[in-house]
Design a protein around this ligand. Structure first.
Ligand code: A2P
Length: 306
């Protein structure tokens, strides 16, 4: 198989002590109209800064929300994945985007709004934000990206890097297979779905698989999760996964990666994993929280979970 050549990246051109100010150019909702969740696509103009053409898809930028917490301390930096391709949003190299979900939590009968996500979600075109970064050196597309097939697994806003990566692959003459497996609770939580549906219809080599967890159930009563797609769509996915030039990328909620490892082991697709410790005969005997004692991602598997 082709060697996986990861690009060299520059890290933290702007640090938290010396962030750069950038302007918001657009901010729109990417969930369906009737969704009770709000996920937004936010684009920043970085022209005149050192970030132009130096932020790659797969990397993150930091956002410094203004103000202080209840103890008077400055709010902490939050990292957000880039969801535009390396060439820039709509091919404009001075525009970079991210994907933000408004976080709302209830604790002891009080509602808490996530500081950074709600600050970002409320921004209007023309507003400025303090940005740091870029960060991340491994969750990247290889320089020779066209040589590979991809299986992208995303839950929720974990879709962000894959939107940019898919745009990046298909803006060149990409001929291999690219599969996006996306998991969310309800159909209304599908993100950028019009774009992915259209890509699926227009490209024989792009495939969009949706795993909606809280609507229909699988035959055995379990939920549709991204990892169950490996079994539910095995006839289609197995021939792609068997190829030596296929790479797996996983992005989203912590815990999804171990579910994927288990399915890969069950399907004897161990090439994506490095075995650390002898596996029990019945793989279901491995507790999910102990999975990482037995296996870890091999060089064809990239993950970013949080
Ligand atoms: P559920 O919450 O129904 O159990 P979002 O970020 O929009 O909430 O979506 C996250 C999606 O990931 C949901 O569909 C959620 O399902 C699903 N999910 C939860 N736990 C796991 C897991 N361990 N592996 C894979 N998917 C998961």
């Amino acid at each position: 198989m082709s060697e996986i050549i990861l690009p060299e990246v520059e890290l933290n051109i702007y640090s938290p002590k010396s962030p750069v100010e950038v302007k918001v150019v657009e901010n729109y909702v990417v969930t369906k109209e009737s969704s009770p969740n709000f996920v937004r696509h936010i684009t920043f103009d970085v022209s005149g800064t050192e970030l132009v053409e130096r932020v790659r898809v797969g990397q993150s930028v930091g956002i410094l929300p203004p103000g202080t917490d209840s103890r008077g301390k400055a709010h902490k930096l939050r990292l957000y994945s880039i969801s535009s391709p390396t060439s820039g949003e709509r091919g404009e190299k001075h525009l970079i985007s991210t994907t933000v979900k408004r976080t709302i939590e209830e604790f002891e009968e009080k509602i808490y709004l996530g500081v950074a996500s709600n600050y970002l979600a409320d921004l209007k075109p023309g507003d400025t934000v303090k940005m740091t970064g870029p960060s991340g050196r491994r969750f990247l597309l290889p320089e020779n990206s066209r040589d590979f097939n991809y299986l992208f697994f995303a839950t929720g806003t974990g879709i962000a890097p894959f939107r940019g990566m898919i745009q990046e692959l298909f803006e060149s003459d990409y001929k291999n297979d690219c599969v996006l497996v996306f998991g969310c609770p309800y159909r209304t939580d599908l993100l950028y779905s019009d774009y992915f549906e259209e890509m699926d219809q227009q490209n024989d080599n792009f495939h969009y698989i949706k795993c909606i967890s809280r609507e229909a159930r699988r035959k055995d009563g379990s939920k549709y999760y991204v990892q169950t797609a490996l079994e539910d769509h095995s006839k289609f996915l197995f021939p792609i996964l068997e190829k030596e030039n296929t790479l797996i990328y996983i992005c989203g909620m912590k815990g999804m990666e171990t579910g994927i490892y288990l399915e890969l082991l069950q399907q004897k697709l161990e090439g994506y994993l490095e075995i650390r410790k002898e596996l029990p005969k019945d793989l279901n005997d491995i507790p999910h929280d102990k999975m990482k004692r037995f296996v870890k991602p091999a060089n064809r598997t990239f993950e970013e979970v949080y």
